[in-house]
Each structure stands twice: as C-alpha cells, then as structure tokens.
Design a binder for this molecule. Sequence first.
Ligand code: FAD
Length: 401
Amino acid sequence: MDGKKVVVVGAGPVGSLAALYAASRGATVEVYELRDDLRNLETSPLNFTKSINLALSERGINALRSTGNDELVETVFQNTIPMHGRMIHTRSATGALTEQSQLYDVHGRYQRSVDRGVLNGVLLNYLDALPNVKIFFQHKLTGADFRKKEAWFEVMDRTDGSSSTRPKEIAVTFDFLIGADGAHSSTRFHLMKFARVNYQQEYIDCLWCEFTMPPTRSGDFAISPNHLHIWPAASFMFIALPSTDKSFVCTLFGPVDMFVKLESAPDAELVSFFDKHFPGVTSQLAPNDLIAQFKQHPHLPLINIKCSPHHFGDSVVILGDAANAMVPFYGQGMNAGMESVRVLFSKLDATPDRAQALANYTEERTKDAHVVADLALGNYTEMRSSVTSPLYKLRKYIEER
Ligand code: FAD
C-alpha cells in the first residue's frame, strides 16, 4: 500500500481501525466522516453522540493488538471494565430477589465493557497523530464511480462565516476505498451499481431504549461492577453494562407491541412493569428518572443485514455494519467488524494483486460474518429466556465442575 491513496468512509470504530491499518502500511489515508468530531461533545447534536457501552471481546482485542501498537491497546484497556460473567437477576418463588453469577469462561477469560464513544475517540486520537492521515468531519459520501475511482462528498461549508450552512460537493480520487459507513451504508448502495451484490435486510420484532443507572449516593457501583447484568423476562429483557464513572448503561429490549403499550401507559404502569419483571431495578434507578429516560430516549429498531460480495475489483471493500449489521445479542457487531479489518489486511499483505486479495477476503469473510450474525439472532432467545431454564443451569453446573 506504500504510496497508494486510501479513502476510508466512516470514522466509527471499524473505519478508524481500518485507517490505522492502512496508514501503518505506508498509504496516504483520508478519512471522511458524515458527523462532527465525536470528541467535541458540546458541538455535536446529542442524537449523533449517543453512546452505548459495548462488550469488547477477544475478536476485537485481537484486531487492536494486530495494529502492533501496544500503547493503543493499553489506552483502550484503561477505559474498560472487566466483565467476568453474566449476573442473572430473577425473583424466587417466595418473591425474594435472586442474583446468579454465570462465569463466561472456566479459565477466567473475560469480556470488557467499553463506551463506544471513548473507544472511537482513542482510535481517532491515534489517527490524528499520524502524518499520513487526514480526517474530514461533516463530509457525507453521496456518490462514487468505482471504475474511475472517484467519490463525491457533500460538505457543510461554513467558510463564508455566515451562520447558515450551505452544502457543496467535492470530488475525491483514490486507489482504494474502504466503506465503513454503518448499517445504512452509502458505500454499499453505490457498490451495488458495480458488483452483483446479493442483499438481505431484516428488521427484527424488537426495539431498544437506553437508560443510565447512576452510582449510589456514596459514589459506588449500584450493582456488581464485573458482570454483564441481565433481567430475563422470556420475550423481553433489561441489561446493564458497567461504565468507568461507576454508572451502568442499561438497555430495555422488547417486541414492538410491548413498547407501543408502554408508550401510551400511565407513568405508574411503567414503574410497576419494571418492578414486576426486572426486580431491584427501581431501587437503583429512581422511578422518576426511569420514566423521564423512557420518554426522552429514542426507541430504536434493530436491523440484520447480509450481503455478498463485499468488494468490487481492486477498487472498494465494505466492512463492519456496512457489510453485515447484526443484532447486538451476541455482543459481536463491532468485534466482528474489527476482526474483518484484521482479516482484510492479512489478505492484502499476503497477495500483491489487490483484486485477488479482495476476492479472497469476500470468499472467506462472508461465510464467517453470516455465521456470527445468525449466532447473534439465536442469542436473543438465550439471554431473555434460556439463561433461567433449569436445564441451562444444570449444563453450566456440569461445565464448571
Ligand atoms: P458505525 O458505528 O455505525 O459507524 C459508521 C460511521 O460512518 C458513523 O460515524 C457514521 O456517521 C458514518 N457515516 C454514515 N454514513 C456516512 C456517509 N454517507 N458518509 C460518511 N460517513 C458516514 N457490538 C459489539 O461488538 N459488542 C456489543 O456489546 C454491542 N452492543 C450493541 C448494543 C446495541 C444496543 C447496538 C445497537 C449495537 C451494539 N453493537 C455491539 C454493535 C456495534 O455498535 C456496531 O457493530 C458498531 O458500532 C459498528 O461499527 P462501524 O464502524 O461498522 O459502524
């Protein structure tokens, strides 16, 4: 890649990591990001900086390590909290609150909870420090010709000093374009005009809403910090992941009908719904906060996308959610996207013919990515329901002996 111009579309976790990989191989890298710089929290509209805690697992960590930059990996780790297992919250037959810890690994390996925005910010900081990388925020990919190797971006032009914003379009040429622009990828849309892409998209019958559970009055974690907490309720669930400020980022997942009912129910009904199904939550997340957060925070859909191929010629490849967005129940969307970066560059390193390397990548990665996406769908049933079944507990008991 030495001396080649690589354009990365999307500066999310996957695009930022891909830019680091390309830069470390001597490419001149330009990253184009639709939104403002997420590190400037005050200047970005709230809905664009909405951050979620993610489970960072071995797939993602391995991809970070493969940058060869140990300091970067350490910086990421400093912003994470180990989660050694799941904590299942239920009520016993007598109505008492019960907590059951289910370790992830008999050998003590664990996942880490990380704020998506913080992880993304660390990657952007490392990109900023590289002389061969330029990042352009507020640049939206609007078109591309993958034969001519030219792409068009809409730029919010503020150079005239007026408060009104007026978009202008710029053309950018490249040797190789990496599309990491998320589930609603514009790169994928344009790729489909050049390659015969098979495409499958499904909205599952589930919405999600985020809540924050604050630290206790004494400033401590409200519940065990080293677990991913689950309140399973058969067809829906509530989960909580720890944050470094000792709060928890929690998520309510449930069918669309359930959300519709809760949205129109009186406030007290939301609280009693939580008390009935998610025991102990309202003693840590005060009812007024719970109601306010449910009303203020968006209720968002979950999408599953599969497509193939992921590339065209030697010109373009799509990665991360752009190539296969998956439901979050296996905690692998970002991890798998980062792994795709590692696999892509291993193919590019192994084969000087980039078109062949991209074909090899699509061939191997499509199958693997689809399997992870299917596992993620299956894990929804596991998390909201199977974790409480006696058979499951028996299996875990035997495994741990
Ligand atoms: P994104 O994070 O979507 O980033 C894409 C970037 O491209 C954005 O910055 C966007 O602004 C930019 N962009 C979009 N369009 C354009 C354009 N036209 N031009 C220029 N730029 C553009 N994953 C895990 O690994 N572990 C978890 O525990 C986990 N939990 C999750 C929980 C929830 C509730 C959800 C919804 C997802 C979860 N995920 C998890 C999935 C994870 O968030 C995504 O897989 C990950 O963010 C994908 O990263 P990405 O960089 O591919 O895409």
